[in-house]
Design a protein around this ligand. Structure first.
Ligand code: BGC
Length: 767
């Protein structure tokens, strides 16, 4: 045990504690801030003192479940011997009365060099105040609300000792069959980059030494969202141009925003497990991007290289992982068990080991754990505070996407009788969505009481859930639902998917509303009452008859703790819907994967050349129905395009102008358009900028999002919205994997969504 260094950690901690006590510094007071050079110097000193066991210990991320209540002594002994670098989910699994601080105390006060643990947890869309699932947050297209959500999550989680989160998940997701699409920010690299960075900034702040800051972990690196057939953990095949232009940019943006950690993914990418993918983890991440935080493997992923057929045994897995570029091994202990021998055999060098330990220690110093290892004290009354709940309510309101609104069925009138039908109308647990380790249904504000409060004067609610959950196939309560519907002025059907149907390992092959929900909607439609549908789900669903029968459809995702009040606000018009889809909504599962920024085919389908299956005459010559890229039975367009979402008003786009039609490489143009509110209420429109590079040395997407702006307009009001576009934003990877903007002609649109817009053209010329 080295007392000098142990004491150094201890003394600085004591000084910090005394300073806080004496000066009354706020609990969010920063830890000792060190320059990069000071950090590297301190790491050098530590590395000189650390034994091989301690070094390898820094690379072991344990979970509490590995020990359990009966092995607390063993656990503490392992910490004491410097065999553990950090824990995950202690606070979720906590047993035997030990808190994160209790474990930290052993590390700081009793381990050889007093190096603090880093404690991580899946704080994905809120800690106890649950915000909408990330996909819902993405539908807000509002980086500030997304950043605020991450900030509040960090304030709550750090108050209980968690200084590291496994978020944001910035896997591009083009396939709604994949259950983890719910955790993603959608299909677009630009939107995901902007919102992913907002989350990183919210978690980490610009001073991660703050006691209420958390290290973010961008995940899953890389290609996890491209699982074949959307089946979780499945192989991903991604051509390098697509990898570099679509899947990598959000991670690059996060790294550029001072991201502290990255999690590698479970999948194989082009046949190499991401856990040991040297090219991605070393060449790209460290080499090209100069990432200097640490890389953590996913839970058990190291040993999963055995069933992958990539590692022959645990020792081989350790060797591949260490050499592949992972620093921190999550859950498994192959580093502890095998690295000493692997090093002895010269298959992993001591210098490489030091580098991995350096990455770990650097993050710990950057978090200020050296002077602020404990985070519980003085941080009460933060969790589920009124202001946190208000922020979650606002985030939920902004996440709702109005997909259909015929005959102004919405907003609802507060003086009506509402038949509230469906399995998800009063669901404190389901409304929270996937990955809510610390979220609790007892804190939820569900919809039923919210609508009752809203209708408290003349209106009333008749509530008949009809189905006990979203998968229920029992139709015996349909009669009661129909009776209620007949008595009401309007039917409000709240259906979709329970939270368990999305998330990790929860992919679906069908994406319809499960159980008897479609049948229930048919039955309700027969009453001829106005039907308003709210879909609560972690993915877009194939709507089928729901679309046909509903006068209005609102996509609510899983809105979180404040789902009820937020939905009531928007359904009754106290707050206008403004969300836009962060993904393309398919007609049916057969269209998936589906995304707006696809490459053009040689035979693009149009309304003119597309023939529906029903319209093909029997016996016609083979080419008569036309040969274009489509599905005869599902059409050539999605149900709703990326970027789509209605409001309670309407907008007209006019007068597109470019500052110039020719720009030289390295310069900027400005595109403007006038947006006018042509409806009767104030509303917020999200105006989108798209471009298309018409000819390239590799084929280019038919459209790519390059910017968006929100504009609030009163009835009759017009505003000019302007975007600046630098030629660097037009760059892509050519066949030699160089990032280039190629001179030539471009289309540009200022648009309400990806399938519409005012068009203009410009040319990029050589410098
Ligand atoms: C998931 C990660 C998560 C980790 C730790 C894994 O199964 O893929 O996203 O952060 O578990 O809970």
């Amino acid at each position: 045990m080295n007392n000098t260094i142990k004491n150094r950690w201890r003394i600085s901690r004591t000084i910090a504690a005394i300073t806080i006590a004496i000066c009354g510094i706020s609990p969010a007071a920063n830890a000792e801030q060190l320059s990069d050079a000071q950090i590297e110097q301190k790491i050098d000193q530590l590395l000189n003192k650390m034994t091989l066991t301690e070094k390898i210990g820094q690379l072991q991320l344990r979970d509490w479940g590995m020990y359990g209540a009966d092995k607390t002594d063993q656990l503490k002994q392992d910490i004491r011997e410097g065999k553990i670098g950090g824990f995950l989910n202690v606070n979720f699994d906590a047993v035997a009365g030990n808190t994160i601080d209790d474990l930290q105390r052993v590390a700081v006060e009793e381990s050889p060099n007093g190096i603090p643990l880093i404690n991580g947890q899946d704080v994905i869309h809120g800690y106890k105040t649950i915000f909408p699932i990330p996909l819902g947050q993405a539908a807000s297209w509002n980086p500030s609300i997304v950043k605020q959500g991450a900030r509040i999550a960090a304030e709550e989680a750090t108050s209980e000792g968690i200084r590291w989160t496994f978020a944001p998940m910035i896997d591009i997701s083009r396939n709604p069959r994949w259950g983890r699409i719910a955790e993603s920010l959608g299909e677009d690299p630009y939107l995901t980059s902007v919102l992913g960075v907002a989350m990183v900034e919210g978690f980490q702040t610009d001073d991660p030494t703050r006691r209420d800051a958390m290290a973010a972990s961008a995940k899953h690196f890389i290609g996890y969202g491209a699982a074949e057939a959307g089946r979780d953990y499945n192989a991903a095949y991604i051509p390098e141009t697509t990898l570099r232009d679509i899947y990598l940019p959000p991670f690059k943006a996060a790294v550029d925003a001072n991201l502290l950690t990255i999690m590698s993914s479970y999948n194989t990418l082009n046949d190499i497990p991401a856990t040991a993918n040297k090219k991605m983890l070393k060449d790209v991440l460290r080499g090209e991007w100069k990432f200097n935080g640490f890389v953590v493997s996913d839970w058990n992923a190291v040993l999963e290289m055995l069933p992958h057929g990539f590692a022959k045994d645990a020792k081989h897995a350790a060797e591949l992982t260490a050499n592949g570029g992972v620093d921190f091994e999550m859950h498994t202990t192959t580093f502890e068990e095998h690295l000493p021998q692997i090093i002895k055999e010269g298959k992993f060098t001591l210098a490489e080991l030091d580098q991995a330990v350096r990455n770990m220690l650097r993050v710990k110093y950057k978090l200020g754990l050296h002077t602020n290892p404990y985070t519980r004290e003085g941080r009460e009354n933060i969790i589920l505070s009124e202001s946190n709940l208000a922020a979650a309510r606002q985030a939920a309101r902004e996440s709702f996407v109005l997909l259909k609104n015929d005959n102004s069925a919405l907003p609802l009138n507060k003086n009506q009788t509402v038949a509230l039908i469906g399995p998800l109308a009063n669901v404190p647990h389901e409304q929270l969505g996937t990955w809510i380790y610390n979220g609790d249904k007892k804190d939820s504000h569900p919809f039923l009481p919210a609508i009752e409060a809203t209708l408290k004067d003349a209106g009333k609610v008749i509530y008949v859930p009809t189905l006990k959950n979203s998968r229920d196939t029992d139709t015996s309560n349909f009669k009661a639902a129909i009776k209620a519907a007949k008595k009401a002025d309007v039917i409000l059907f709240i259906g979709g998917e329970e939270s368990i149907l999305t998330g990790e390992g929860h992919s679906r092959g069908r994406i319809d509303l499960p159980g008897a929900q479609h049948a229930l909607v048919d039955a309700l439609a027969k009453t001829n009452k106005p039907l308003v549908t709210v879909i609560m789900a972690g993915r877009p669903l194939a709507l089928g008859n729901v679309l046909e029968h509903s006068d209005a459809i609102m996509m609510a995702w899983h809105p979180g703790t404040m789902a009820g009040p937020a939905l009531a606000d928007v359904l009754f018009g106290d707050y206008g819907p403004q969300g836009k889809l962060p993904l393309t909504w398919p007609v049916d599962v057969g269209q998936t994967p589906i995304y707006y920024n696809r490459m053009a085919t040689g035979r693009p389908a149009t309304d003119d050349n597309y023939t529906r299956m029903e319209d093909i005459e029997q016996g016609v010559f083979q080419h008569v129905p036309g040969n274009s890229s489509n599905h005869l039975d599902l059409g050539h367009l999605p149900q709703y395009p990326f970027g789509f979402g209605l409001t309670y008003s309407s907008f007209e786009y006019s007068d597109i102008k470019l500052s110039t039609n020719k720009i030289a490489l390295g310069s900027t143009l400005t595109a403007t358009a006038t947006i006018t509110n042509t409806g009767k209420v104030t509303a917020i429109e999200t105006v989108q900028l798209y471009v298309q590079d018409i000819v390239g040395s590799v084929t280019r997407p038919i459209r790519e999002l390059k910017g968006f702006k929100k504009v609030s307009l009163k009835p009759g009001e017009s505003k000019t919205v302007s975007f600046t576009l630098h030629t660097d934003a037009l760059a892509f990877h050519n066949p030699d994997m160089q990032l280039v903007t190629e001179p030539g002609d471009f289309n540009l649109w200022i648009a309400a969504h990806a399938q519409t817009g005012l068009a203009a053209k410009f040319e990029v010329t050589e410098k």
